[in-house]
Design a protein. Structure first.
Lengths: 339, 339
């Protein structure tokens, strides 16, 4: 038998078809700083307007929110998720997003699925003035099951060296301000899927169930996109000392990443609303409080650190920012205390 | 039953253990331009030394070479592959590599496997003076089977705007110079695995077979790392008009990516050696000639375009560069002609 690459599960024509479908979305994100067009081996971005640029980069996935998205056929939304996640990551250092690149891998390439993902990514990129500079679509039979996929995002931003936010100036007595999340964002889905028995073999479509606690169906609540905090925080970055993006590991693992040695963050529970989905998850799965706070964002998508003297101004500029705690000396214990 | 994130297949302690194992490798790539340390939400790179910098970025995977590497337990080598692939991609635009980021996803996180991958990536990064600025390790039960993984690389380089190589100045009569590949690099593995029946269910360890055509076992030949052309080409970039990196799609799909409209590349077969592995693949799989050239690099890892007047000097500076063809007017046919 004559072997071909297509028979081995890799179809280059399908790949070319995909490129044709995504071109217009990708181009819609191109500003004058993008040189060249789609199809080069590298994406070209002309860096301008910085005296002493520090590039800030991050790589991320969306975890097994992929599985929920695939079951509901909601790929556009997943495209928003990955870009917003990446934008938030570099925003923690004070960076404005310059360009984004994606990697999409599937067992069997479905051009329409990739196009839907890319349309979401392009929309999110346009929203923050970021170019979708390139990407890679891989068809890998034998690694991904036919309906499965992975989605990875890479982002590069820039910030003037003197404006880098790194938490170094955080002091005891500084204030913790929390920004509300909209649902799980992109973390904790393996646990959530288990608690709600969401699988592709599920005959009852568990994601269609309306729980009395939730205002919409479970699927809608779980697919709520990762919120992007860049437009909100851009004007107030100069008075922020540190920013923690609450992703995998929750408040417990993420907040200490920006705290100087010897300091801890004390949160006052009850000072921010915990969305109903988290209570439902906890009760249904009989998940411990500790595990909840180490797995989910529990209603806080970002935590900002600022001096008490700047708090009032900052809360006026960003009314959503809630005072949720304070910085204290670390007494040998954990970097995060939940009271 | 009390649910935990670990029971759902995601182990944050294992993730922290992984970070501890890879730290020294990652730090070994840090030069003075890297600000901050491991563990921030974004990697920080201080860009210096450019008047009018153009950033060049690329995202890539290693395809199903992953499967072969997993069977042979050769993860370090796969780390070399992904970095070299990415470095070559941005080299096509004349860029020097600044920093690299990786994404590793597994069904079940194995810290030693990640450490081995990262040690390979760090070695390759040091080799070209590139920082391994960060990355993401994802544990995704239900998307990847226990032994499976995916590895994605993302690179950012820079080049002075006036030195960008983009193929625009290529003219009829220009010379094609080919640089030898070392084996399959990172493309065509789905077909190769099928032809040689390399699967994890294989009881005879097909990769241990020594074919008379090959000087080493099949596994050794297939795991040969993707070659990095940056050190070789760096000194001669000023006289190169265009560079094609021969990856998925082979000469047929990759060479036209740098050719101006109306031009074609005519290759003279027999002017470069085709490694034995390709002949073996073709015979065993009864693969057509056309399919071979559209799937594999067929012995050429990179194709350079230069003016005839620069050829002698260039070949003296890079003795490996073989004259393999010429640029001609495109007569309505394909962008690549193989004679």
């Amino acid at each position: 038998m004559t072997e071909t690459y297509a028979a081995a599960g890799v179809d280059i024509d399908l790949a070319n078809q995909t490129v044709a479908l995504i071109k217009k979305h990708v181009r819609s994100t191109f500003g004058p700083q993008v040189l060249g067009d789609i199809g080069l081996f590298g994406g070209l971005f002309h860096l301008q307007g910085y005296r002493e640029p520090v590039l800030v980069a991050s790589a991320d996935g969306v975890g097994t929110k992929l599985k929920v998205a695939a079951l509901l056929g909601r790929y556009h939304s997943l495209g928003l998720d990955i870009v917003h996640h990446c934008v938030n990551d570099i925003l923690t250092c004070g960076a404005e997003p310059l360009f984004f690149m994606d990697y999409v891998a599937m067992g069997k390439l479905v051009p329409e699925t990739v196009a839907s993902l890319v349309s979401g990514m392009a929309e999110a990129c346009r929203g923050v003035g970021c170019a979708l500079l390139g990407g890679e679509t891989a068809e890998m039979p034998g690694i991904y099951a036919p309906g499965d996929l992975d989605l990875v995002g890479f982002i590069v931003g820039a910030v003037e060296r003197e404006n880098v936010i790194d938490g170094r100036s955080i002091l005891p007595g500084d204030v913790l301000l929390g920004l509300p999340s909209q649902g799980l964002h992109t973390n904790g889905y393996s646990l959530a899927r288990r608690v709600f028995s969401i699988t592709s073999q599920d005959p009852v479509a568990s994601w269609d169930i309306s729980y009395p606690e939730l205002s919409r169906s479970l699927g809608e609540v779980l697919m709520e996109p990762h919120r992007c905090y860049y437009p909100l925080l851009k004007p107030v970055l100069p008075c922020i000392k540190g920013i923690a993006h609450i992703t995998g590991g929750g408040l417990v693992d993420n907040v200490p990443r920006v705290l100087p040695d010897g300091l801890a963050a004390r949160f006052y529970r009850g000072t921010w609303p915990v969305p109903a989905i988290f209570g439902l998850l906890q009760r249904r799965g009989d998940v411990t409080e500790q595990e909840m706070y180490r797995t989910f964002n529990m209603g806080l998508g970002m935590v900002l650190f600022c001096a008490e003297k700047d708090r009032e101004w900052l809360q006026k500029a960003v009314p959503e920012a809630m005072r949720v705690g304070e910085v204290v000396e670390r007494q040998g214990g954990d970097g995060v205390m939940l009271r």
